[in-house]
Ligand binder design. Sequence first.
Ligand code: 0A1
Ligand code: ZN
Length: 879
Amino acid sequence: MQECKADKAIYRKNYLAYPWHVKQLDLRFVIAAEATVVFAEMAFEWSEDVGGAREIVLNGSDLELVSLSLNDRVLTENDYVIEGESLTIHDAPRTSVLKTEVHIHPAANTALEGLYLSGDFLLTQCEAQGFRKITWFPDRPDVMTTYRVTLEADKTLFPVLLSNGNEVGSGEADGGRHWVCWHDPFPKPSYLFALVAGELALVEDHFTTRSGRDVALRIYVEEENLDRCDHAMESLINAMKWDEDRFDLEYDLDVYHIIATNDFNMGAMENKSLNIFNSKYVLARPDTATDVDYQGIEGVIGHEYFHNWTGNRVTCQDWFQLTLKEGLTVFRDEEFSADMQSRAVKRIQTVRDLRLRQFPEDDGPMAHAIRPDRYVEINNFYTATVYQKGATIIRMYHTLLGESGFQKGMKLYFERHDGQAVSCDDFLAAMADANDTNLDDFAHWYSQSGTPQVHVTDHYDAESREYTLTLAQSTPATHDQPHKRPLVLPFALGLLSADGTELPLQLKGEAPGAAGTRLLIADKEQQTYTFVSVSSKPVPSLFRDFSAPVKVFYAYSAQQLATLIEHDSDAFVRWDAAQRMAENAILTQCGRYAEGQDMQLDVALLQAFRGILSDEKADPALLAEAITLPDEDYLADQMDVVDVDGIHAARQFIRQGLAVELKTLFDKQYLSMNDAAAYEKTPAAMARRSLKNICLSYLLETEAGESLAVAQLDASDNMTDTLAAIRGLVFINSPLAAKALAEFESSWYGDPLVMDKWFIMQAIKPGSETVNTVRALMSHSVFSIRNPNKVRALIGVFAMLNPTGFHAADGSGYKFHADRVIELDPLNPQMAARMASAFNRWKRYDDDRKTLMQAELQRISSLDKLSGDVAEIVNNALR
Ligand code: 0A1
Ligand code: ZN
């Protein structure tokens, strides 16, 4: 049963080191799906330097305690106290060996935390606090020890028995049983423990590290997926090589195992040498996975591999430091993807995602610093802020210190802290010390929530040829912090002449400098830069490459944006200028729509798109990004009161207008990208498909589009093209959509991952009718509310990616969604909490919608047995 944790916040300032050293943990599992027996033996030693009563505190949750002994004396209930999730033994000897036996019930575990069943096999998820659902132990990341794990099970049902580290023994046992023993020589926190037991097939390769260690690489999947592992394996090998080349980091064990499961709350998990993955991030074949899936696999395989050093060898002192491992590891996986593919495209996608998912978090009821000061349920803090904003903050160190300075910092970080559980302060200190610099002011990025706003104004004096640029930074108050301070912003600046030539940047008092990007540091509330010898009024190219995670306000004229779009040397700025222009155009039409006026196609935007589409030399992937209009959710964030229908109508109007006016160019690009070449998974082929399919989506707004989509569908040899065609037909409400969906369903009925796409295509269809489709699809035989991927595909996509569906004026979307949160909560609180966060932004809508959403939040909040996970989210939202 979930207990109410609403008033049980945990505070960072209360951190106390664990007073015991755990020398070794021996685990023995007698495995069965219904009931597994866990024997644990742990050796405690009192840390000399800590005084006070020698209490041993262990954590446990949902465990059936069968026996507990201390130094071979069986303890009775008088010898210890169990309170909530803690078991306390008072006055333990300085050297204490504890032995426990507990029973747990994996088949009944629907929360997918601890030991649980997926299909026919058993597996674990221990981050953040799942180990306590397996056995009593100090389940906190600063307690690191070595593990020896023996797994015993029926040999037919569980032929494969895996845990962390190296296999050190195995044998047969009576009654058709067998056992395998694993030893992990690296001390680790309990959240990195893993086991897997069941019948799994395996793909094997190997990697020789640069010092000559031969590492066996094994990907375990269900038999039918054996032909979908190539890309994951290739990505793993690339990641291992890349980490040696770029970060000087080598793998440290003889085996590296990856297991794919269809039942997983998150993307993947970096358990030492035994990564467990959502199958979405492992399995791919050209006909089952899109280019975005392929890129996702590369990124997540890299991410989990990179954790081996940033997370596992050096881990977090407490969960407030989560960004220490996550921000850093996301930065590393972003760099890996950038090095494998197009750096510019990766940067644009990263920023788009940050603005879409993290900026709203910073501006909502759950706003928190990348290192929060308090939480109720740590699982609610695996957020875009901790991960993605955390990564931009690591990127700022990199921008400030340069690649070699950053790598010096990393080297010192590992020299000082290998094998330890440390804090974000330790990381910052390593970066500062290695570079002989002071980063004290930079540290505020860890403690301040909210997205800084930078208002830029400028003045050009033709006579003195001086150009002054003033930056004023401020961060709006957030619910958790009323007062904000200026932050250190790396400010990468370029200046363009009106005809697009890059100008030299010479600050007053300096010798003449070269043209190009100049890195300035803006760390005051207001800062003015004066440039001299500026030949004409320049167009400022601000925060190139998104050099700081801020919102930039500057009153660009359409002409200036056009100059940046056409000429800026920075791909991010070119893209951003096109986004700004499109945003201005859509929001203006949204205003007209609200006033009942006719909408008009913006001439500057039309002209800019014409220029972009005519560029035959550009990287097609960059072109595709440039002509992708800002998302409806992003546009919504730019309004004081969100006009759901107005945004949709205006964005559609502009899309259609561009499609009609520029049809010849869309056609031309479509045809030249659609070259009938056989599928390839190279970045170049992916880039061409991305441009082709964005052109198709515009052409679908014209009469010719439908037949083009059908022809593409018929000819397609890959999932990217197939999905783009069907999605397009669904989106324009084509009479052919139903047939395409039905054929897709019958081809892929038995394939869980591909069926997720089938659900998504229907859940995302705009309009107030979609709630009925979604409700009906919940009864589809392939749908299960117990499966997180299905929940995300149908319920999550509807609530988070379908604004006109979810926000239907009659509140039907809200009611449906709140019912799902309530249905999910007793099964899987983590998933329920993620779903509940769809209501977080309710205060930004009109009064009618606000009232409706508030009522649903109250309905959820008033439930009797609400989990702490959901309670934290809805109570924050209601506050
Ligand atoms: N550490 C993993 C993410 C993860 C976190 C929690 C989980 O269960 C609650 C599962 C995975 C990563 O960053 O990849
Ligand atoms: Zn991670």
